[in-house]
Ligand binder design. Structure first.
Ligand code: NAD
Ligand code: ZN
Length: 232
């Protein structure tokens, strides 16, 4: 196996579960009691804009009541102490990685604490509720929406992610079901380029067979142990 210098880490909803943030497909396939199609698609935004905004307002408001857990903290420590290249790509829209201290971080599916103008694509940091029809300070259009990548939309920064996948020596996937593309395909790309691959998840995911090694258990236990191992 080649020496490990470049690390690419992908996280999903499972890493925030022990902080009290619900994962995507909970019991009955619902996300916080909602059908995914009703809150996470461009069609839902067309059909019932107010419901979609209310849903993300509630998720944003919840951030004030949750804290990063041991897994977020361990990844922040790895970021601070790892001398080689490292990129943490999260599918999560919460802010727990940055609150734990991670710096080399990219939100491929957007962020709750950001508003996006559907007209001019300017972004604003956003803390409060975001009612539909809010005016964009950059262009004046009444077009601000949650800065969230919906199903059918292109995830952010794919060029940066593809480059990092191509040069990764180690690809690690944490707390993700491996059901949402293109993130679910990252393991195959990383393998193709010769990376070692490791999965840390509560239970076997749809993509488990692609990983050279899979460890099953809660992220709050597995991630700090893996970081200790890596930093020696
Ligand atoms: P998912 O809900 O589809 O899958 C979560 C995975 O985490 C499952 O495989 C589950 O077994 C595992 N898991 C649950 N608890 C765990 C724990 N304590 N430790 C380790 N693993 C655990 O999530 P996904 O694959 O990230 O896809 C969901 C999509 O929904 C993402 O695109 C994301 O943007 C969005 N989402 C984000 C958040 C958030 O920001 N925290 C929460 C829910 C959904
Ligand atoms: Zn605008």
């Amino acid at each position: 196996m080649r020496d490990i210098h470049n690390i690419l880490i992908l996280t999903g909803a499972g890493i925030s579960a022990e902080s009290g943030v619900a994962t995507f497909r909970g019991p009955g396939g619902l996300w916080e009691g909602h059908r995914v199609e009703d809150v996470c698609t461009p069609e839902a935004l067309e059909r019932d804009r107010a419901q979609v905004h209310r849903f993300y307002d509630a998720r944003r408001e919840q951030l004030a009541a949750v804290e990063p857990n041991a897994a977020h903290r361990a990844l922040a420590r790895l970021d601070a102490e790892w001398a080689g290249d490292l990129l943490l790509v999260t599918q999560n829209v919460d802010d727990l990685h940055e609150r734990a201290g991670s710096k080399r971080l990219l939100h491929m599916h957007g962020e709750l604490k950001s508003a996006l103008c559907a007209r001019c694509e300017a972004r604003q940091p956003w803390e409060a509720a975001l009612p539909p029809g809010h005016i964009c300070p950059a262009c004046g259009a009444s077009a601000l929406r949650p800065d969230i990548v919906f199903f059918g939309e292109m995830p952010y920064r794919m060029d940066v992610i593809e480059q990092a996948l191509a040069k990764a020596d180690l690809f690690v996937s944490i707390g993700t079901s491996g059901a949402v593309y293109p993130a679910a395909g990252f393991v195959q790309t990383a393998r193709y380029h010769g990376a070692a691959t490791l999965e840390l998840n509560l239970d076997p995911s749809e993509g488990s067979l692609w990983f050279a090694e899979s460890r099953m258990g809660p992220a709050g236990t597995l991630v700090p142990a893996w970081v200790d191992e890596l930093l020696g």
